[in-house]
Design a protein around this ligand. Structure first.
Ligand code: A2H
Length: 229
């Protein structure tokens, strides 16, 4: 921060069909549309669960070259134009003005993400004078992302206010019992069979090794008891 320029990685999240009525004319012209997010942590992109946009924020669809159209703030588009990313040198070429609300619910394909499709969702704390005004969400590594997604999952009224469909935030539907069972199996397998303790007096030992040691310690110190049924 301060006087040093901030170097972000811009992540190109491709907008997938079905296209919204506003974006359809651009997609029909054989343009590739991207929501473009600025991140300081490109190595976390495996864990992307969604993208964030500011509902009242002003965005535009800017021509970067013959094929690529970037959706981001005008400020970011102008900066990019001065960094040789614009169809018109040192000028922006805006095909379409948009608001964040126009972007909510767009299905996206984002690099590295284990989720094949992620959705653009509302976040009210996005600043329009930082990065691109679009943020990619990695709840496992970013507390802001974790809390915002948690809020949307926990509050049906918040989802309703911004027209967010349940399936955009809750990929594990109640009907997907098989997936939940598979997730449990894998979590147990990875966590218990292959895991390594990160904290405590057995940090560094295999989880399998630590389990009986911790069980004995808890029982011997009176903090736990054995129970059979
Ligand atoms: B980071 P700095 Cl996993 N408004 O990306 C609000 N937040 C914005 C933003 C905007 N206009 N543009 C970018 N950001 C977020 C990943 C990440 C990020 C992880 C962990 C920490 C982290 C996934 N979200 O940032 O003020 C973006 O979130 C920790 C600060 O320029 C971007 O990197 O330092 C970061 O804030 C840039 O914040």
């Amino acid at each position: 921060e301060g006087v040093q320029p901030q170097d972000y990685t811009l992540i190109k999240m491709e907008v997938l069909p079905p296209f919204s009525p506003k974006l359809k004319p651009l997609a029909d012209k054989n343009k590739k549309l991207f929501l473009v997010a600025a991140t300081l942590r490109p190595e976390t992109m495996y864990g992307q669960t969604n993208a964030w946009v500011l509902p009242d924020g002003k965005y535009g669809a800017y021509e970067i070259n013959e094929t690529d159209v970037f959706i981001l703030t005008e400020r970011a588009a102008l900066n990019l134009a001065y960094q040789n990313f614009s169809k018109i040198p040192k000028k922006t070429s805006c095909l379409l003005e948009l608001t964040g609300s126009d972007l909510i619910g767009l299905p996206l394909k984002s690099p590295l993400s284990f989720n094949e499709v992620i959705y653009a969702l509302p976040m009210l704390t996005i600043l329009t004078d930082k990065g691109t005004g679009i943020v990619t969400s990695v709840p496992s590594d970013a507390p802001d992302d974790y809390m915002a997604l948690h809020d949307l999952k926990a509050k049906p009224a918040l989802r309703a206010k911004f027209g967010v469909k349940d399936e955009w935030v809750l990929p594990f539907d109640i009907n997907e019992k098989d997936k939940l069972a598979e997730a449990k199996r894998l979590t147990y397998l990875r966590g218990f069979t292959e895991g390594t303790m990160l904290v405590g007096e057995h940090a560094g030992k295999k989880v399998q090794e630590a389990k009986p040691l911790l069980r004995s310690m808890l029982i011997e110190t009176g903090q736990a008891i054995m129970y059979s049924e």
